[in-house]
Each structure stands twice: as structure tokens, then as C-alpha cells.
Design a protein. Structure first.
Length: 233
């Protein structure tokens, strides 16, 4: 069982696929999945995207720098929302950011973050990397390394990584376990290059799961065979 986990969520977990804003039934499901993890004594850090608020095509008329800054602001909004949703459900949570000075966020200080983990808080990292041109995948990889997480779990809508695109190839085979080098050799897209390179360099295991299968998150954390496990070489 992994003791400390960095979970990367898409903003769509708050709204449902293809939808915008916040949907109560989706949030209730999310909180239920997170609660089961917390109740097992797992130290949980979260990086969440902003796909429920902004989509790339909607920002395509802007410069990449401006679009990324808007996206990072969206992750701050989602971080506050998630923190409040967890708190209202009786789960201790804190939102951390190094990019804003706001009563809703605690400063990004390592000793403070460790203190929150030691007191059973879910620690939510808002604001991405704080720099444009990087994705929330990369932000998640950086935070996983910073907090010495045992594993980075990427929550998706697909139950792992396949040898071919399962949408195009019905007989595509799910890969249960693979090394970073093997994934690169096979050309598998697990996360963006920067994030993948960081995890490989710092030997941070990655698990890709379908978050919308009930209990898949907890199953991955306690070591059950679910999704795809990417291991250091």
C-alpha cells in the first residue's frame, strides 16, 4: 500500500465529461472516492485541472501565454471549490498556492505542507506550475517529487494504457505493467513529455486509472491490479 499519493485530476471530475461548471452528483461521487482513501490513513495531495471551466479551443484566439495563465487561474478556482466540498463533508483539507495571496490559500512552504499531511489534511495544490507553457500533468509530476509521494496517480476516463487506441481498435490490449523505457520505446502516450521525463528521472511510479470506476483509486493505492502501473527502470 502506498502511504503518500499525489493524485492528478481533470477539471471534468467536477462537471462530467463535456460539461462545464460544477455538477452535484459528480462532486458527491468525487468526495466519496476521496473519503475512502482518507479513511485508510493515506496522505493525499491533489493537483486538479480546469477543463470544467475553460477548454483549449475556447482560448485558441489568445496567445499561449495568456491562455495558460487563464487556465492556471481556473485551477485556483477548482482548488477552492474542492477544498470547501471536502471540508463540508467532514474531511480536513487545505489549498496551497505560490501564485496568489488570498485567505483561501496557504503559502507554498514545505514545512507547512508537511504539517498538514501529518494532521491528516488533504493538500490541494492550485495554480499549476505558476509558469505558462506547462500542463497540469507537469504540475502534478513536480508536486509528486516535491512532497516525496510514493506514487503519482493520473485519474482518467480510460482504465489504463493500451497498446493501441481502444476507440479505434476494439481488440486493443490493456497493459497492466510497463517500465518508463518500454513505454517510450512503444511510443505510448501516458502524460506529456515534460511530466513523463520528470517522473522517469526521479523514479516516481505512475498509475493510470479510470477514476469513474468506483473504488478504482483506493484499489490502485492498496496494490490491487487496476489500471496501468508505470515503473522506474
Amino acid at each position: 500500500m502506498y502511504k503518500r499519493v499525489l493524485l492528478k485530476l481533470s477539471g471534468e471530475v467536477l462537471s462530467g465529461e463535456g460539461n462545464k461548471g460544477f455538477a452535484k452528483e459528480k462532486i458527491d461521487y468525487l468526495i466519496g472516492e476521496l473519503k475512502s482513501v482518507v479513511e485508510h490513513g493515506i496522505e493525499l495531495g491533489i493537483v486538479i485541472g480546469a477543463g470544467n471551466l475553460f477548454r483549449g479551443v475556447e482560448l485558441s484566439s489568445l496567445s499561449s501565454k495568456s491562455a495558460d495563465q487563464i487556465g492556471m487561474l481556473g485551477t485556483l478556482i477548482n482548488s477552492i471549490y474542492l477544498k470547501e466540498a471536502l471540508t463540508n463533508s467532514g474531511i480536513k483539507a487545505v489549498a496551497i498556492s505560490s501564485s496568489v495571496n488570498s485567505p483561501s490559500f496557504e503559502p507554498h512552504q514545505y514545512n507547512l505542507i508537511e504539517r498538514y499531511f501529518s494532521t491528516n489534511h488533504v493538500v490541494i495544490f492550485g495554480g499549476g506550475t505558476t509558469l505558462p507553457f506547462f500542463t497540469t500533468d507537469t504540475a502534478a509530476a513536480i508536486r509528486a517529487i516535491e512532497i516525496s509521494a510514493d506514487v503519482l496517480i493520473k485519474a482518467t476516463k480510460v482504465d489504463g494504457v493500451y497498446d493501441k487506441d481502444p476507440k479505434l481498435y476494439p481488440k486493443a490490449t490493456r497493459i497492466g505493467k510497463i517500465t518508463f523505457s518500454e513505454a517510450i520505446e512503444k511510443g505510448l502516450k501516458i502524460m506529456d513529455k515534460e511530466a513523463f521525463s520528470l517522473c522517469q528521472r526521479y523514479k516516481k511510479p505512475v498509475i493510470v486509472i479510470n477514476f469513474f470506476i468506483p473504488n478504482s483509486l483506493l484499489s490502485a493505492i492498496i496494490g490491487e491490479k487496476t489500471g496501468t502501473l508505470v515503473l522506474p527502470d
